[in-house]
Design a protein around this ligand. Sequence first.
Ligand code: BDR
Ligand code: CA
Length: 311
Amino acid sequence: KHRVIFDCDPGVDDAISLLTAMASPEAIEILAITTVGGNVPLETVTRNACALRSFAGRRDVRVFAGCPRPLVKPPVFADHVHGEAGLGAGTLAPCDLPAETRHGVDVIIETLRGAPDASVTLVPTGPLTNIAVALVKEPNIARAVREIVLMGGAHREGGNITASAEFNMSVDPHAAHVVFESGCPIVAVGLDATYQMRMTPARMERLAAMGSAAGHFVHAMLEHVNAIYADLYGAQGCALHDPCTVGYLLAPRLFETLPCRIDVETASPLTAGHTAVDFHARTGRPENARWVTRLDADALFALILERLARL
Ligand code: BDR
Ligand code: CA
């Protein structure tokens, strides 16, 4: 069983990722959800995380707010994609149980400090600010990390916020740099992988056909994003980024990865957040990650649907 801290910025696809994880208690023990300013401001993503746990019938899951802004750069939000409330056209009952008062970064540190070596998995699906601050504040915690399975980065596909950078890396490239330098084992689920997991009309149909509150909610969120990306992606549909991380935890056999060295550009205004992914030791620097090259989208979508149907 995976023991996991989800660090996120819900966010349409973060929301689907959290619902999939909360519906999988036999495989995933959620130690905490920590939030970070990203797709929309911190207050909003935290409220969404709280509302999502109630929606999933998981009031036992603990939520803590982390950092409101990136380390160095001014914040950049993605409300043009996720909507001002962060959940597209999806609506939830207002959160009836607020986040706890401890700071998300301290919760990450304390959880890892008390854990055996290589026992806790971190799943960041937003900018890496909280994870970086935790690692800087207490570097020793790296020993308790089993793996960081993060959504972020772009290689062959190019970027989605600038020509070469993916959103999570671009918002806080300095934090990403700290995380890739940390020595923790990392699986990077970047755009090369998540662009293979598309919300096609057929898949949207299957969501609608679920006929449940969860199916309706997820469909409404994605319909909003699909409408925004209609010109760009047409019938392919938008990519379902963040749930690929949970899919990787639940069914790693659906993913192909390659070991590599990943370094993050922090200096150039043109390419900040670009992930330089080196599969051939061209830099002579040690490998620090595995890059997801392929995923089985049909099987992954079926898995996500099956989990959502449990809610
Ligand atoms: C990432 O950016 C965010 O908008 C999504 O939630 C996802 O984590 C994709 O680039
Ligand atoms: Ca996200």
